[in-house]
Design a protein around this ligand. Structure first.
Ligand code: IPM
Ligand code: MG
Length: 372
C-alpha cells in the first residue's frame, strides 16, 4: 500500500464538524504512524461556511473534483447558523444531497450498536437495549428527497401548495436490497424490509421486488417485512429482533435518528455511504457521523467525536479493506467508554464529562495500549 497511497479527502463541513473531525484526523494519523497505513490526505470545503465564503454554492468545484478522485471521504456535518437563509434550491443543488447524488451514494449504512457500558446513557430500559447490534441500510440517492416534480406553487387567493414526488425504479430497489442481503449473509443472516406498501405505490413496488429478490437470490436469508409505522414501534419495543433493516430514503432518515436512542446518543452513530462498484470494483465512499452540525453546542469543545472516529473505522473496513485495523479501532472506542470516559451526551450517571479533545486523547491512549 506504500507506493500508491490511498486518497482520503477530509471535509469538516459546518458546526461541530470542525471539532469532531480533527479528533478523527488524529486517529487517521495514529494509524499512519503505528500501523503503516499511510494516506494521501487532502482537505475540502462543503457547507454553510463554504457558501458564505464563495457565495452561490456550498460545494465548490475543487471539492467536487477531489471527491471523485478520492478513495474515501471523511465528512463532519452540514448546517447550523445561516443554513435556513440559503435558498432551498441552492441547498439542494450544491449541498450534501447534491454530493450524495453526484457520487451515486445509494447505500447508506448506519450501524446501531448498544455498548453495555453506555446502557445508562439511554432513556430506554437497559434490558431492552442490551445487546442491540443492527445496521440500518437507508437508500440515499433517490426516493422523495430527489423525486420530480417538486415545488411550492401559488394557487391564487393567498393559497399555496407544496408538493414532492416519491419514486423508486426497479434497479434502484434491486441494488439497495442486494447490498443489504449481502450484509445480512455476512452477519446474522436476517433482513427486514420496511416500507408503506399498504398506502404508497412506490412501496408496493418495493415490496414486490424485495420479495422476488429474497425468493430468487437469497432463499437462505431470513426475510421479514414491516410497514413503517409498525416498524418504528418494533424498533423501540424489541430492537434486538433486528440484524439488517433496509428502507427508503426518508423512512431511513427518521428510523435512524430514533434508533440512535438505542445506543444512548446520536453522538455514537457513524455511517458509510457507498456507490455501485465500477469495473475495477472501486466504489465512491463517504463516511460521516449521523449527528449533524449541532449548532446549539458548536464551538464549545463538548461534542462527542466517537461517531466521527467510528466512521473512520467503517472506512478502514469498507474502503481500505483492513479489517484488523477496523477491529482495533472499534475495540479502542469500546475500551475508552469502558474506562468511564464520557462526553456530556453519554454522561449517564457518570460524575464528570470530558471535552471533545480529551475524548480524542482517550481513544489514542486506548489505541496505544491495545497495540502494545
Ligand atoms: C441525515 C441528515 C440529512 C438528511 C440532512 C442534513 C439533509 O438528517 O444525514 O440523516 O436528511 O439526509
Ligand atoms: Mg437525518
Amino acid at each position: 500500500m506504500s507506493a500508491n497511497k490511498p486518497k482520503l479527502l477530509i471535509i469538516p463541513g459546518d458546526g461541530i464538524g470542525h471539532e469532531v473531525i480533527p479528533q478523527a484526523t488524529r486517529v487517521v494519523n495514529w494509524f499512519a504512524d503505528n500501523r503503516k497505513i499511510a494516506f494521501d490526505i487532502s482537505e475540502g470545503e462543503l457547507g454553510v461556511g463554504s457558501y458564505n465564503k464563495h457565495g452561490k454554492t456550498m460545494l465548490p468545484d475543487a471539492t467536487l473534483e477531489k471527491s471523485f478522485k478520492s478513495d474515501a471521504i471523511l465528512f463532519g456535518a452540514i448546517g447550523g447558523d445561516g443554513y435556513e437563509d440559503i435558498p432551498i434550491d441552492v441547498r439542494r443543488e450544491t449541498g450534501l444531497l447534491a454530493l450524495r447524488r453526484k457520487l451515486g451514494l445509494f447505500a447508506n449504512l448506519r450501524p446501531v450498536v448498544a455498548y453495555d457500558e453506555l446502557l445508562d446513557a439511554s432513556t430506554l430500559k437497559p434490558e431492552v437495549i442490551k445487546g442491540v447490534d443492527m445496521i440500518i441500510v437507508r437508500e440515499l440517492s433517490s426516493g422523495i428527497y430527489f423525486g420530480e416534480p417538486r415545488g411550492i406553487e401559488d394557487l391564487g387567493n393567498g393559497v399555496r401548495r407544496g408538493y414532492n414526488t416519491m419514486s423508486y425504479t426497479t434497479p434502484e430497489i434491486h441494488r439497495v436490497l442486494r447490498i443489504s442481503f449481502e450484509l445480512a449473509r455476512a452477519r446474522r443472516n436476517r433482513l427486514c424490509s420496511i416500507e408503506k406498501s399498504n398506502v404508497l405505490e412506490t412501496s408496493k413496488l418495493w415490496r414486490e421486488e424485495a420479495r422476488k429478490i429474497a425468493r430468487e437470490e437469497y432463499p437462505d436469508v431470513e426475510f421479514k417485512e414491516l410497514i413503517v409505522d409498525a416498524g418504528s414501534m418494533e424498533l423501540i419495543r424489541n430492537p434486538k429482533q433486528f440484524d439488517i433493516i433496509v428502507t427508503g430514503n426518508m423512512f431511513g432518515d427518521i428510523l435512524s435518528d430514533a434508533a440512535a436512542m438505542l445506543t444512548g446518543s446520536l453522538g455514537m452513530l457513524p455511517s458509510a455511504s457507498l456507490s455501485e462498484p465500477d469495473k475495477n470494483g472501486r466504489r465512491n465512499a463517504f463516511y460521516e457521523p449521523v449527528h449533524g452540525a449541532a449548532p446549539d453546542i458548536a464551538g464549545r469543545n463538548i461534542a462527542n467525536p466517537l461517531a466521527a472516529i467510528l466512521s473512520f473505522a467503517m472506512a478502514l473496513r469498507h474502503t481500505f479493506e483492513t479489517p484488523d485495523e477496523a477491529d482495533l479501532l472499534e475495540r479502542a472506542v469500546r475500551d475508552t467508554v469502558a474506562r468511564g470516559v464520557r462526553t456530556a451526551d453519554i454522561k449517564g450517571t457518570a460524575t464528570r464529562a470530558v471535552s471533545t479533545r480529551q475524548m480524542g486523547d482517550a481513544v489514542i491512549e486506548s489505541l496505544d495500549r491495545l497495540n502494545a
